[in-house]
Design a protein around this ligand. Structure first.
Ligand code: 5GP
Length: 219
């Protein structure tokens, strides 16, 4: 008897403005379905925030180690973001996908480009805040970044907004349960209602415009 072919896992990228709560959405999705999704733990040179644990949120490494990882081709993709390196270790991804495990990557836009270039069957979700006020409130409320760092992250958000249209789905994270429902529906069906996509794209553009106005006043 021929052995049944094992189903490959899905690779899911979740991007979005810093401070949109995408990490909380991913945690919620994983909590709803224990074992169904694995989280890809990135390497970064950023310092841990309070409550973050090495090997759980990130592998916290220094610049020398990160550059070694690049040189020895250990990363599926990598980027520099707000003055720090971030990258996805390749080996766990290959192993988990082959074993049929779905994997979630919390990475930014240039990482999404690198991964989808290598793996065209990757699912991609872009998370936006309900409004620019809410985003500014969440970023300043976190209390972990200086004003300069916040402006830097908001500037990057306006740059990332220009690529939202390239994502398979755009989700507004206002109500957590509802946004996780939408993410789950996208992963299951591998599509999003085009009207919702268009509506959220318009919202992304309008938030980006308002953020640019806010940034120009701050600097
Ligand atoms: P944070 O410092 O807030 O944890 O992350 C900053 C940004 O880096 C977020 O947009 C996050 O999605 C992104 N990021 C985290 N890990 C990676 C990674 O391995 N590769 C890339 N390209 N981006 C990452």
């Amino acid at each position: 008897m021929s052995e049944k072919k094992k189903k490959k896992g899905k690779l899911i990228i979740v991007s979005g403005f810093s401070g949109t709560g995408k990490g909380t959405m991913i945690a919620k999705l994983m909590e709803r379905h224990p074992g169904k999704y694995a989280f890809s733990v990135s390497a970064t040179t950023r310092k841990p925030r309070p409550g973050e644990e090495d090997g759980r949120e990130y592998h916290f490494v220094d610049h020398t180690r990160f550059e070694e990882m690049i040189a020895s081709d250990e990363l599926l993709e990598h980027t520099s973001f707000s003055g720090n390196y971030y990258g996805t270790p390749a080996a766990p991804i290959d192993e988990m996908l082959a074993a049929g495990q779905n994997i979630i990557l919390d990475i930014e836009v240039t990482g999404m480009h690198q991964v989808t270039y290598r793996r065209s069957d990757t699912l991609t979700a872009f998370i936006i805040p309900p409004s620019e006020e809410e985003l500014i409130k969440r970023l300043t409320g976190r209390g972990t970044e200086s004003k300069e760092q916040i402006v830097r992250r908001l500037t990057r958000a306006t740059e990332e907004a220009a690529f939202a249209n390239e994502y398979g789905c755009i989700i507004k994270n206002g109500d957590l349960e509802q946004s996780v429902d939408e993410l789950e529906a996208y992963i299951e069906t591998e599509s999003q209602d085009p009207r919702l996509h268009a509506e959220n794209l318009r919202l992304t553009e309008s938030i980006s415009k308002e953020l640019k106005r806010y940034i120009s006043k701050e600097i």
